[in-house]
Write a protein that binds this ligand. Structure first.
Ligand code: SF4
Length: 444
C-alpha cells in the first residue's frame, strides 16, 4: 500500500506557524506523512498570509512556485488568511489551485466545489483548527501556543476580524492539555499568542459556555481570565511569555502575574502615542497612560523588557502626531520596536478615511522614528555589557534571555559547547548590533 505524502509551505506570523503544525497533526491522523521535498508530495499545502499587500504578493508567488514544482497529479491546496479573505477571487484567478480551504477544513477532500470557507460566516463555531492535534517540529526548546482565534475589537486599520471572525477562545483545559504535552516533550518556554491575548476567555465567560474557564475558575471568578491562565501555565513551564497585549488589557493583576512568572517581558500593542490619532484608529489610550503603566512596571521590576509596534502614516497623521510619537519613544525608552507603514486594507474603517499621508512623507517619518529608536535599542543593549544573566540555549551557539522573544528580538551568541535546551548563567562580553555575545559562567 502506498502512503500519501504532503508538503506544507507557511507564510506570515507565528499564529500561522501554529496553524501549520495543527494541519500537520491533522494530516498525520489521516495517514499522510511529510514528504522530503515538494516534488515528492501528493498533496501540497500553502498556508497563506493576507496581512498587507507585500504579504499577499509573497503568498501568490509561493502558490505559483509550488504549482510549478509539484509533481504532476499532486493536489495543490491553498489555506490560511488569503483563502479566508479572497477565496473566490483566488479560485477563479488561479486555475492551478485544486482547493481553496478555510481554517480547520479537511484539506484532503476531493470535491467539485473549489472553495470551502467557514470562519467568516460561522464566527461563533468552535474553531476546529485550534482544537486539532498538533505536531511540532523538533528542535527548539520553546513553542507558541495559540489560545484563541479571531478578535472582538475593530481597530480602524485592521482587516483581521473581517476574515478571522470574532474571538473564540479555547477552553483552559484544552490550552493546558497542549502546554502539558509540550512541556513533557521537552519545551522549556511557552509563548502564548492570539490576536488580542489580554482578552482571552472573555468571550467564553460572556456567553456562559460550559467549561468556560473550568480548570481555572477558582476563588476569584471575575478576575481577567488571562491572569488565571498565565499563572497556570507558569506552574508547568519554566518560562511563560505573553505576546500581543492590547494596552487596556494590561491590568494590575496581569502585570503582577507576568512578573511572578519570572519573565518580565511586556509586548504591548500600542500603534501610536497621539490621542487624536489613536481615536481615529479606534483604539484606546494615549502617551500619558502608556507611560504610567510602563513606569509602574519598572518600579516593581527595573529590568523589565518592553516591545511594541507602531503604524506610521495612518490617514490624518499630522506633524504634531508624529512629534508626539517621537517624544513618546524618547520618554518610554522601549527595548524593541517594530514600525510599519500604514497599509490601506479593503473593508476597514480607515479605507474610507480621507487625509492620506503622501508615501514620501511616510518614508521620511519611518526613517526618523527608526533612527531614533535604533539609538535607544543600541544603548539598552550596551548597558548589558558585563552583566550576568540567565539564558536558554535555543540552538548550537545561540541563546536568549527573558529579554528576547524568539524569532522577533535579538539573540545572544554563546559558546557552542552549551547544551541546547538547557539554562545557563552567562556574562555579556560584546554587542553586535542588536545581538550580544556572552561567555558561560555556570549551568542552572
Ligand atoms: S486588536 Fe489587533 S487583531 Fe484585533 S482588530 Fe485591533 S489590530 Fe486587529
Amino acid at each position: 500500500m502506498t502512503t500519501n505524502r504532503f508538503w506544507i509551505e507557511t507564510l506570515g506570523c507565528p499564529k500561522n506557524q501554529v496553524d501549520s503544525e495543527k494541519i500537520t497533526g491533522q494530516l498525520h491522523e489521516q495517514g499522510y506523512l511529510l514528504a522530503e521535498n515538494p516534488e515528492e508530495a501528493d498533496l501540497v499545502v500553502v498556508n497563506t498570509c493576507a496581512f498587507i499587500e507585500a504579504a499577499r504578493e509573497e503568498s501568490i508567488e509561493t502558490v505559483l512556485g509550488m504549482a510549478e514544482t509539484k509533481a504532476q497529479g499532486a493536489r495543490l491546496v491553498v489555506t490560511g488568511c488569503m483563502a479566508e479573505r479572497y477565496g473566490s477571487e483566488l479560485a477563479s484567478a488561479m486555475p492551478e489551485i485544486d482547493l481553496v480551504a478555510g481554517f480547520g477544513e479537511d484539506l484532503t477532500q476531493v470535491t467539485p466545489q473549489r472553495v470551502v470557507i467557514t470562519l467568516r460566516s460561522d464566527t461563533r463555531a468552535e474553531p476546529r483548527l485550534l482544537e486539532a492535534p498538533r505536531l511540532v517540529a523538533e528542535g527548539a526548546p520553546w513553542n507558541y501556543v495559540k489560545v484563541a482565534e479571531g478578535c472582538d475589537r475593530r481597530c480602524g486599520f485592521c482587516a483581521i476580524p473581517s476574515f478571522r471572525g470574532d474571538q473564540r477562545s479555547r477552553s483552559a483545559a484544552s490550552v493546558m492539555n497542549e502546554v502539558e504535552g509540550l512541556v513533557s516533550a521537552g519545551t522549556k518556554e511557552i509563548v502564548l499568542i492570539s490576536q488580542d491575548l489580554a482578552s482571552w476567555g472573555l468571550d467564553r465567560r460572556a456567553s456562559g459556555l460550559e467549561g468556560a474557564l473550568d480548570v481555572l475558575d477558582g476563588p476569584a471568578p471575575d478576575l481577567q481570565p488571562l491572569v488565571h491562565l498565565t499563572r497556570a501555565v507558569s506552574e508547568v513551564a519554566e518560562w511563560t511569555r505573553l505576546l500581543y497585549l492590547y494596552p487596556s488589557g494590561l491590568t494590575e493583576n496581569l502585570i503582577e502575574a507576568v512578573l511572578d512568572t519570572g519573565v518580565p517581558y511586556f509586548d504591548l500593542s500600542l500603534q501610536h502615542a497621539s490621542p487624536a490619532l489613536l481615536r481615529r484608529m479606534r483604539r484606546w489610550g494615549n502617551a500619558e497612560k502608556f507611560l504610567d503603566r510602563i513606569a509602574a512596571i519598572r518600579a516593581s521590576e527595573p529590568t523589565a523588557t518592553f516591545r511594541s509596534s507602531f503604524i506610521i502614516g495612518y490617514p490624518g497623521e499630522t506633524e504634531a502626531d508624529h512629534d508626539a510619537l517621537l517624544e513618546f519613544l524618547d520618554a518610554a525608552a522601549l527595548d524593541w520596536v517594530g514600525f510599519f507603514p500604514f497599509s490601506n486594507e479593503d473593508g476597514t474603517y480607515a479605507a474610507d478615511l480621507g487625509d492620506h499621508v503622501a508615501p514620501e512623507l511616510v518614508a521620511e517619518r519611518l526613517r526618523e522614528v527608526s533612527e531614533r529608536q535604533d539609538a535607544i535599542t543600541e544603548a539598552k543593549r550596551e548597558a548589558l555589557l558585563g552583566s550576568v544573566i540567565k539564558v536558554l540555549v535555543d540552538d548550537i551557539g545561540e541563546a536568549r534571555s527573558t529579554g528576547e522573544a524568539p524569532e522577533i528580538d535579538g539573540i545572544i551568541e554563546v559558546p557552542e559547547s552549551l547544551e541546547v535546551g538547557s539554562f545557563y548563567d552567562v556574562r555579556i562580553t560584546q554587542t553586535l548590533g542588536t545581538d550580544l555575545v556572552a561567555e558561560a559562567v555556570g549551568q542552572r
